[in-house]
Design a protein around this ligand. Sequence first.
Ligand SMILES: Nc1ncnc2c1ncn2[C@@H]1O[C@H](COP(=O)(O)OP(=O)(O)O)[C@@H](O)[C@H]1O
Ligand SMILES: CC(=O)N[C@@H](CCC(=O)OP(=O)(O)O)C(=O)O
Length: 259
Amino acid sequence: MKEKLSIVKIGGNVIENKTELAKFLTFFSQLKGAKILVHGGGKLATQLASKLGIESQMVNGRRVTDAKSLEIITMVYGGLTNKNIVASLQANGTNAIGLSGADGNVIQAHKRPVKEVDFGFVGDIDGINADFLNTLITSGVTPVFCALSHDGEGNILNTNADTIASEVAIGMSKLYNTTLYYSFEKKGVLMRIEDEDSVVKHIDSNKYKELLEQKIIADGMLPKLENCFHALQNNVGKVCLGNIEMIQPNASLFTTITL
Ligand SMILES: Nc1ncnc2c1ncn2[C@@H]1O[C@H](COP(=O)(O)OP(=O)(O)O)[C@@H](O)[C@H]1O
Ligand SMILES: CC(=O)N[C@@H](CCC(=O)OP(=O)(O)O)C(=O)O
């Protein structure tokens, strides 16, 4: 039987909140077995860009990434956010290594072709270097990904962190029994966004259709759930959505997704 591997993604709202981030990193360090962390950080990039007089444009939840935005996100995602998280994990006794997609050629991508929208330096993922990641994991090192991929021709590309998490989980599924966790500031997919405890505990393909029709799934939750089903359709064993408590051994209130 394949060994278990947990791939955990944390969103911008958790990263922004110092207390929540510190709590999450403690929980992540306590998580047993092989693991990978993927972090976003879009909000911080938008704030920094604004301070520098650069406007951020989002289309369908994706950042239109021009040359100036690319410089900022490379500094924020690959530098400030990634290195602070890695340092905190070290303080928690987890030997973490921060990676962009270019490091160890771990995420190969190509620039998204221009259709209705020119997203600029946004990367669509072609492949994951699963064998290299496996070498790190079996050496006791925990990979920590930021939202950067590369095109193999010297260019860094911006790739949504939810997509990085699902593609890493898919790529690692040939070697491991994978579980993908999307951790964000809510307890899961909520029936009523204003009611923190209205968690839909289980979503399968039929329930997903129903929730879409009822417009209960909206905004950032739309691409997130697309990523969940894409992962399950491509050999990822299990997908869960919830707040930072979800990765604790006694967690009970979160959303599990199945096909
Ligand atoms: N039914 C729903 N349940 C929970 N969150 C929802 C729902 N519909 C929309 N959302 C929104 O989706 C957001 C999460 O998406 P996003 O901001 O992209 O996450 P992340 O912080 O992981 O990048 C939540 O903050 C919430 O406002
Ligand atoms: C292409 C694209 O949109 N990339 C995202 C990457 C960061 C991210 O995904 O951060 P969260 O998970 O915190 O939203 C962006 O630049 O906002």
